[in-house]
Design a protein around this ligand. Structure first.
Ligand SMILES: C[S@@+](CC[C@H](N)C(=O)[O-])C[C@H]1O[C@@H](n2cnc3c(N)ncnc32)[C@H](O)[C@@H]1O
Length: 276
């Protein structure tokens, strides 16, 4: 912790800020790339102003730092050169007005109220307003496992899992209408989720490519360590002539899938229990 640049900046802030020891490595990992750059950095949750000064120290004088809080007292930090917006992060209209006024930003760090509603509405309202190579980072995501922040069924982490599913729907062989192209990559840490924006990558149409090299006709050994599937494949080769019977291929594929599913269920179940 002590060796991180963000921790050094935290110590230099003249005003109080309270942060967990594990957070500084995450800040360095995500935000070091923006140091010394002319970026717009938005922090939701100002409280005593300590973190605004920390970010100025960490990012350097070229960064425009915007603080957002529901508490109107936060407005006083404008006298120190920060831009302050007063409003609720769970209010869609607040975000529409904010985006109209500020335009696209590079980084958003959500350290606001930490309820699922606040985290999800903020993410939904801002994902399209982050510049390319930018990111939206939600802090204190452990509230998804705690009481007092909303319905756990609709927790922020459950929402993130849903977004991961939608991101993967971009793959060519799936590509359903449920796919989502707003985020290129979702990175998780203890207590943090970072949504990385790179539109040239997330807008790219997924399709199979071929490098044009010589085809060695190599065999795929995916199920060669699976006796039951190997036997089914052996039978399929033996009774290949049956493939002309209507439904025979379909039945073969179903049988193969059934044994694959049963074996993987037995072997993998333990990894899906929260106490494994
Ligand atoms: C955890 S504190 C921020 C701490 C500060 N970032 C730091 O590191 O020192 C959370 C802040 O979020 C603000 N907040 C709570 N609910 C909010 C909402 N709905 N919209 C905007 N700000 C909110 C609170 O007023 C409080 O100042």
């Amino acid at each position: 912790m002590k060796e991180t640049l963000s921790y050094q900046a935290y110590l230099k802030s003249p005003y109080k800020s309270i942060k967990h020891s594990t957070y500084f490595a995450v800040y360095d990992d995500l935000f070091a790339r923006y140091r010394g750059k002319e970026i717009t950095f938005v922090e939701i949750g100002v409280l005593g102003g300590g973190s605004l000064f920390m970010w100025r120290e960490f990012l350097g004088p070229k960064a425009r730092i915007i603080g957002i809080d529901l508490n109107p007292n936060a407005k006083k930090w404008e006298a120190e050169g920060f831009d302050i917006f007063i409003g609720s992060q769970s209010d869609k209209q607040f975000w529409q007005d904010f985006v109209k006024k500020v335009g696209k930003v590079d980084v958003v760090l959500d350290d606001g109220g930490h309820t699922y509603e606040q985290q999800i509405i903020t993410t939904e309202m801002l994902l399209d307003s982050i510049n390319d190579q930018g990111m939206l980072v939600v802090e204190d995501t452990h509230t998804s496992y705690m009481d007092g922040f909303g319905s756990r069924r609709y927790s922020f982490i459950e929402y993130v899992k849903c977004l991961i599913d939608k991101m993967n729907q971009r793959f060519s062989e799936l590509n359903t209408t449920a796919s989502d192209r707003r985020v290129w990559s979702i990175q998780t840490y203890e207590s943090f989720v970072a949504f990385h924006i790179r539109r040239s990558a997330s807008d790219l149409v997924s399709e199979s490519t071929d490098n044009g090299g010589t085809d060695d006709a190599a065999m795929d050994y995916r199920y060669f360590d699976h006796d039951a599937v190997k036997s089914i494949d052996g039978l399929a080769r033996k009774f290949n002539f049956l493939k002309y019977i209507p439904g025979a291929r379909w039945l073969g594929a179903k049988a193969k899938n059934y044994v694959i599913v049963q074996k993987s269920k037995r072997k993998l179940k333990k990894y899906f229990s929260s106490d494994s």
